[in-house]
Design a protein around this ligand. Structure first.
Ligand code: TPP
Ligand code: MG
Length: 229
């Protein structure tokens, strides 16, 4: 297992990115989260409280949702801290609207999680035993692109750079874009977990547990049996 605290590790895992977001989030922050693996990670790792708000495009699953949703939230709640958190695919679809954030001096914090992949679809192709097709994305310097559009842009590869960019974003006057180069590690699936050697192939269970460091997860059957069902 890779360490979360290795300052030189690159590409970064996604967990330290959400730690930075949680550490910086204000008590009534609004998180607008895009569609993809980023949704799974947002659901798992954002530690939201009752005053904060979290939205995503849950029903239609519209990629490119987070950035315009953040604009809407910041327009409606100018005094609240607003985040747009998206994957590189979703961000690339709507990034021209950074111009809108610049035009209206909106201090939105846009986090781009660049894994050079349409990660969620790559995982679907794995699950359905298809070869990867059309899911690889080329890398781009989204921090520099944001700077060119008039925002404050950062592109980070390491934990040190990540902490530095977040510290600078705290003093922002207008929109900030933090492009974080992350690994393309798949989040633990949200579909069927392969955890139960009684009902699933024990070798597959062992492989799944190892891959996702899932040693502490209890199979649903076990939970129900323990509860006396
Ligand atoms: C407008 C639109 N097009 C396509 C899809 C299908 N789709 C769902 S997730 C996804 C990939 C998302 O990639 P990225 O934004 O890079 O996020 P990641 O999964 O890598 O975190 C795609 C293509 C969609 N939901 N919405
Ligand atoms: Mg991606």
């Amino acid at each position: 297992m890779t360490s979360f605290e290795d300052d030189a590790e690159t590409p970064l895992r996604v967990e330290p990115v959400f730690k930075q977001i949680n550490d910086m989030a204000t008590n009534d922050a609004i998180f607008q989260v895009d569609v993809g693996n980023v949704t799974i990670n947002g659901m798992r790792y954002l530690q939201t409280n009752q005053q904060q708000r979290f939205t995503t495009s849950g029903w239609y699953a519209t990629m490119g949702y987070a950035l315009p949703a953040a604009i809407g939230a910041q327009a409606e709640f100018p005094d609240r801290q607003v985040w747009s958190i998206s994957g590189d695919g979703g961000f690339a679809m709507v990034m021209q609207d950074i111009l809108t954030q610049v035009k209206y001096h909106m201090p939105i914090i846009n986090v781009v999680l660049t894994n050079e992949s349409l990660g969620f679809i790559e995982a679907e192709q794995d699950d359905t035993k298809q070869p990867h097709s059309g899911v690889d994305l080329i890398d781009a310097d989204y921090g520099a692109a944001a700077t060119a559009l008039g925002a404050e842009g950062y592109t980070v590869h390491t934990l040190d750079e990540l902490k530095d960019a977040f510290a600078k974003a705290a003093n922002r006057k207008g929109p900030v874009v933090i492009d974080v180069k992350i690994s393309d590690l798949r989040p633990i699936p949200v579909e069927q977990l392969v955890l139960d050697p009684k009902t699933q192939d024990p070798a597959a269970v062992a492989e799944f547990v190892k891959k996702y460091h899932a040693e502490s997860l209890i199979p649903l059957r076990q939970l129900l049996e323990d509860a006396g069902e």
